[in-house]
Design a protein around this ligand. Structure first.
Ligand SMILES: Nc1ncnc2c1ncn2[C@@H]1O[C@H](COP(=O)(O)OP(=O)(O)O)[C@@H](O)[C@H]1O
Ligand SMILES: [Mg+2]
Length: 354
């Protein structure tokens, strides 16, 4: 995929900004607070109709405005799509080629963005939720049915927790809700296991390309119950074993909403034993790996690296840039970096911006 251009209106500090991009590396430079991250936030917004900064839409709208707008032309091979997103304080609307799109998965089909941001260095040190999000976002983009299973599972999970919280627990209802949870968890476990298996080989190759070292790197996923022929029986037994605990804490303590993945470097857990530099490079490798799961060249995701370069030493920076030249389209933000052959977009702090 190629994001050909981007026009933003009242998007954070950008009142009006029209930018043209190219295939290959696009380098967005400018002083601190010139709005570099805001630009890549708009590009990311095109793919999931939400920010990666975990904020409300209201924060995105320029403080002095009532709405924000993003317009972009995106190519999937020779298929051209004009995307318009209007964000108001009451909600947002998405138009693709002038037609309203209401399903998120339909937008995700038009633009796929892989993002690496500074806080991702904490990916293996932070909470399991971040790592589950990584699995869930990538699997949902690749398989819309996965998102469907997750939504159903979460709905039933909320119901089960409500039952656990009630004054007098309805045991029959609890039992049937547990059965439903087990049913929806089954395919989710399969998808997660498959994804992790596929990612493993890719992760080794990318880490090698980024570090030059032949490290042994492994990503592991241990589901709460393996999805084998006895899955149904074993999962129900596992829920039974944790029933007392669940009733006591009035919450569901096991299931796919509590799972995690772990990554080891030369046999040791990277989050616990790895250096800051190792954490950064392996997290970057992991976040880039879904790129290689997509075989259709026209559907390859756009890669965004926000503020990552300045944290790397010269050797690793050069290795990373060399590697990034393989990608269809990459956006890199940095205050001062120079890259041979890259399209350079300098954000000036103009008066109009404030
Ligand atoms: N809703 C908003 N309205 C106006 N300005 C905003 C809004 N949200 C953020 N900003 C401004 O955007 C600037 C930061 O932009 P950012 O993209 O993070 O800069 P950087 O170039 O350092 O990545 C700050 O000056 C901040 O005050
Ligand atoms: Mg920034």
């Amino acid at each position: 995929m190629i994001v050909k251009n981007l026009s933003v209106h009242n998007f954070r500090n950008h009142l009006t900004r029209d930018l043209e991009f190219t295939p290959g590396i696009n380098l967005i430079t400018g002083a601190n607070a010139s709005g570099k991250t805001n630009i890549v936030e708009a590009i990311y917004y095109l793919s999931l109709a939400r920010s990666f900064r975990g904020v409300e839409d209201e924060d995105i709208i320029n403080r002095k405005s009532e709405y924000a707008q993003i317009d972009s032309t995106v190519y999937e091979g020779s298929i051209k799509r004009n995307i318009r997103i209007l964000i108001t304080k009451k909600g947002r609307s998405v138009l693709v080629n002038g037609k309203k799109v209401s399903k998120l998965s339909d937008l995700a089909k038009c633009v796929n963005v892989l993002l690496f941001e500074p806080k991702d260095v904490m990916l293996f040190r932070g909470s399991p939720k971040e790592r589950r999000n990584f699995l869930d976002i990538n699997l949902s983009k690749q398989f819309p049915i996965y998102l469907e299973y997750i939504s159903r599972y979460e709905k039933v999970l909320r119901q089960r927790n409500e039952i656990l919280k009630s004054q007098k627990v309805d045991e029959k209802l609890l039992e049937s809700t547990t059965e439903l949870l087990v049913k929806y968890a089954g395919p989710i476990i399969n998808y997660r296991a498959m994804f992790v298996k596929d990612i493993n080989d890719i992760l080794i190759k990318i880490t090698h390309a980024l570090t030059g070292a032949r490290d042994k790197i492994e990503i592991a996923y241990r589901p709460f119950v393996a999805n084998t022929s006895d899955y149904q029986k074993e999962a129900l037994e596992a829920f039974n074993r944790s029933l007392e605990n669940d009733l006591k804490h009035k919450a569901t303590s096991i299931g796919i909403h509590r799972e995690d993945i772990s990554v080891s470097l030369n046999g040791r857990e990277i989050g616990t034993y790895g250096s800051q530099g190792e954490n950064r490079l392996v997290a970057l490798a992991l976040k880039l790996s879904p790129y290689f799961l997509i075989n259709d060249q026209d559907k390859k995701p756009v890669v965004v690296l926000d503020d990552v370069m300045s944290e790397l030493d010269k050797t690793h920076r050069e290795q990373l840039i060399k590697f990034l030249r393989k990608f269809e389209q990459v956006f890199i933000t940095d205050t001062k970096l120079e890259i041979d052959g890259a399209t350079r977009i300098e954000l000036q702090k103009t008066k109009e911006v404030f």
